[in-house]
Design a protein around this ligand. Sequence first.
Ligand code: ATP
Ligand code: MG
Length: 672
Amino acid sequence: MYFDLAKELNTQQCTAAATLHGPLLVIAGAGSGKTRMLTYRIANMLQNGIAEESILALTFTNKAAKEMGERIRSLTNLPLKKLTTTTFHSFGMGVLKQYIQHLGFKNNFTIYDTNDRMALIKEVIQNLDYVVETFDLYELSTLFSDIKTKRKVFGANASDKIRNLYNEYEKHLKAYNAVDFDDLIMKPLDLFEKKPEVLQALRKRYTHILVDEFQDTSLSQYRMVELLAQESRNLCVVGDDDQSIYSWRGANYENLVMFERDFPERLEVKLERNYRSTGTILEAANSLIVNNQIRKEKKLWTDSGKGSSIRLIHPANDDDEAAVIADEILMTHKKEDRPFSDFGVLVRTNSLIDTLETKFTERGIPSQVTGGQSFFDRKEIRDIISYLKVIANQDDDINLLRVINTPRRGIGRTTLEKMRKVADEHKCSLFSALTLMSVATDGQIKEGMQKTLKRFADMIENYHHQLFETRTQRNMVLRTLIGEIGYKAYLEAEHPDNENVVAFKMKGISMLCDMLGRWERNPENSKASIFDYLNRISLAGKENVDEERAGKIALMTIHASKGLEFDTVYLAGVEDQYIPHARAIEDNPANIDEERRLFYVAITRARRSLIISSCEKRKRGHDEVASLPSRFLEEIPKALFDEEDPAKQLSSEQVVDKLRLLRERLAARNNV
Ligand code: ATP
Ligand code: MG
């Protein structure tokens, strides 16, 4: 034994961590030690002889999954190579990797991210001879996702066009041997139904399942674990209904109701002591969240003392806000010798990240951004990844189309149209069509063009061999590929007279190669292929796959901050229209409740200090418009705010004034 449960956990947590079998439900407030309990519970299972390979722990982000794994390793002092701590999507991917052939796909399938999906939807529209401009691609993409995950069904009056598009979209995915994110959950479910022996095999293997952040588990995800745990009954779920912030993605209270229905014999444990925050922060959070009507009543207490008051700052505009936050953090870092990683800066929307990030960079403060534009969304990075995707899966027409003329090879429209025709005739991929055309003797294509096509096809084949048949130095192979396609010259031609841009982009590409190098040197990945690497990147989404958090400010959206904690939290842009978000204000009260839960999540990330910033004015496009403090500030007792009034800080009197103004405006609007 390397740990003593009774010392590390309180009585309630201990009860939960010591109950190793049967269904278990823990619904408790923020910072009450749910994740900690779960981690110890797994360690305890291992100590009690439950095999590591039979445990499946599902968390919300890859990062959380990794941290949980590491924590359990250090608690038990075991290597635990077969313990699965992962996310629903990664788990689904693993299942598909093993069994997707049963659904008529090949094992080297590609995961389509949002960008790939949009490109595919566009292509499908064109294929059906509809006009792209008459569709809202984003809306269509959301609708497809809702249909696929069964959140919506086509109504009786749904247009034939939309139905056709959806069917074509599905057909194309299959032809390209590609799956989208929703498929990572829905296809395993499909598989469980069609191949009961697969479900049976997984049931036999994963006899103990645990889910963190259960409130954000979608109904399909719930269905997945419910099916797996139906026989073993060993399903433990922990969560906090007050932190449910993904209802738009299909997560809602229903999963809780379902769990209660499906596992009536469950043990329920309540955790009521908060270990994370000061009394002041906790009181602010509690007073806010009671304004939500539909929720499980919870009591949370702490004995860590009141701590310091919440500070409200009121900068003139967004630029000022970024400067104040950057300067304050820099000062505290120096004066109190505190690492930058003590600080979390949270915002409601991605659009608020840029100004802050720029300011941190200007001041030389290291920061790590989660959300915002991801490294993997940069055009140059996507280009290179598209090459890898085609090299890994030659059926992937979407990525083939992306790379075939990037850098330009002079493969023109007519040739592409011919390629499409050949592919249709032979019912094959564009890549196979291209290969056929490069060696055809029917004289349909000019000799020069045939040579170009052949060179391209040979190159893809060549790199396929190099990247798949060796397990070393693949990062060097990638560098050679980038040289061979002439990517730098292409960038120089795209950005004449702008060396800096070219240098910046090439540096990003070099970072990508370095990442691959680090990944392949990691013993954990000794058996993995480029295919695994690509999937890992796709699943990482907006998370940083590779970066160290140590010594950096965490700058992120509230959504991304779930489950995390920081000594000091800055909440920026706490203004009406941002939080609650304009969209929510216009729609319905249920959305305001969800915004309130978001605000609750944000506040409860803080351990010791909470600073809330709401600007006088904010840039909207080219204009600066007057902003008002968030209406949620009114729900926090004034006594919890700081009384002092140093520069740029609101006195509580001013806060009251501002809020009165806000109330009047709201009333005026409601009366019209
Ligand atoms: P959230 O709802 O935000 O996910 P949570 O309920 O998962 O929060 P944890 O992150 O597990 O809470 O715990 C919050 C903090 O309190 C952590 O720093 C954790 O180590 C600490 N903590 C929890 N329980 C105890 C305990 N019994 N003794 C000491 N520290 C504890
Ligand atoms: Mg947690």
